[in-house]
Write a protein that binds this ligand. Structure first.
Ligand SMILES: C[S@@+](CC[C@H](N)C(=O)[O-])C[C@H]1O[C@@H](n2cnc3c(N)ncnc32)[C@H](O)[C@@H]1O
Length: 206
C-alpha cells in the first residue's frame, strides 16, 4: 500500500497510547530512563538497539519496574523473531530499590509473561550459564564500583559478537559511573549519554 503525504500526517511509527498503557504503565523508575507516561525517553534507544541488531537473546540485569525488559521484548515481538527471548535477572536484594513486580498479578508479570525472570544474584546466573550468547545486555543492578565492574567482567564472556551492552546510571551520582572510564581505558567502544535520565552508556563489542 502506498501512503500519500496527506495520509502520512495521520501516521506515526510510535503509538503514545501503547507506550503509556503498556510500556511505562506501573513501571517504577522509568523516569531514571528519562521516560514518562507516553514518552519512551532512553527506552527508544533500548528499543532501537534490540531492533537494529535483531537481538535474539536480550538479558536485563536488574529492573525495579520492568521497563527495560518490556522494551527489549517489544522489539523482539515487533520483529517476529523466531525463538527470541528476553531474560530479567534480579535477586530482589534491593540497594537501589526493590522490584515492584514480585506479585504474579502485577501488570508487568501478567502482560509480559513471556519475559523469563531469574531471581538470583547476577554472579550466580553468569556462572550457571556459560553457554549463553547474549546479543543485547543491560546492566543496572549493583551500583557500587566493584559490583558493577564485576557484572561487566562476568557477562563479557557470555556476549555474542557483534554484541551490545547498555550500562545504566552513568550521570556521575553513583560509584558505578566510574566503571565506564575503566571500560574505555581498556579500549572498548563506548558512547556515554550521561545527560539523559540517570545516564546510559552503550558499549559496542565486535
Ligand atoms: C531497582 S533496579 C535500579 C533502578 C532501575 N534504574 C530500574 O530501571 O528499575 C536494581 C535492582 O537490582 C537488584 N539487584 C541489586 N544487586 C543485585 C545482584 N547482585 N544480583 C541480582 N540483582 C541485584 C535489586 O533487587 C533491584 O531490583
Amino acid at each position: 500500500m502506498l501512503f500519500s503525504q496527506e495520509s502520512n500526517k495521520q501516521l506515526s511509527l510510535i503509538n503514545p497510547d501503547y507506550i503509556e498503557g503498556f510500556l511505562t504503565h506501573e513501571a517504577k523508575w522509568a523516569n531514571s530512563h528519562n521516560a514518562k507516561k507516553d514518552y519512551l525517553g532512553c527506552g527508544m534507544l533500548y528499543y532501537a538497539l534490540a531492533y537494529m541488531s535483531k537481538a535474539h537473546v536480550c538479558v536485563c540485569l536488574g529492573s525495579g519496574g520492568g521497563f527495560v525488559p518490556r522494551v527489549m521484548r517489544q522489539a523482539q515481538k515487533d520483529l517476529n523473531l523466531d525463538e527470541a527471548k528476553t531474560i530479567l535477572v534480579d535477586a530482589n536484594i534491593g540497594g537501589y530499590g526493590t522490584p515492584v513486580w514480585l506479585s504474579p498479578d502485577h501488570f508487568f508479570r501478567e502482560e509480559f509473561s513471556d519475559i523469563e525472570i531469574i531471581m538470583d544474584l547476577t554472579k550466580n546466573v553468569a556462572r550457571g550459564n556459560p553457554d549463553w550468547k547474549i546479543d543485547y545486555l543491560h546492566i543496572d543492578v549493583d551500583h557500587s564500583f566493584d559490583g558493577a565492574h564485576a557484572d561487566f567482567k562476568n557477562y563479557l564472556p557470555l556476549m555474542n559478537r557483534p554484541g551490545i551492552i547498555t550500562f545504566h546510571d552513568t550521570c556521575g551520582k553513583l560509584p558505578c559511573a566510574k566503571v565506564i572510564e575503566v571500560i574505555k581505558e581498556k579500549g572498548y567502544e563506548v558512547v556515554d549519554f550521561k545527560e539523559f535520565g540517570a545516564g546510559v552508556a552503550i558499549i559496542y563489542l565486535h
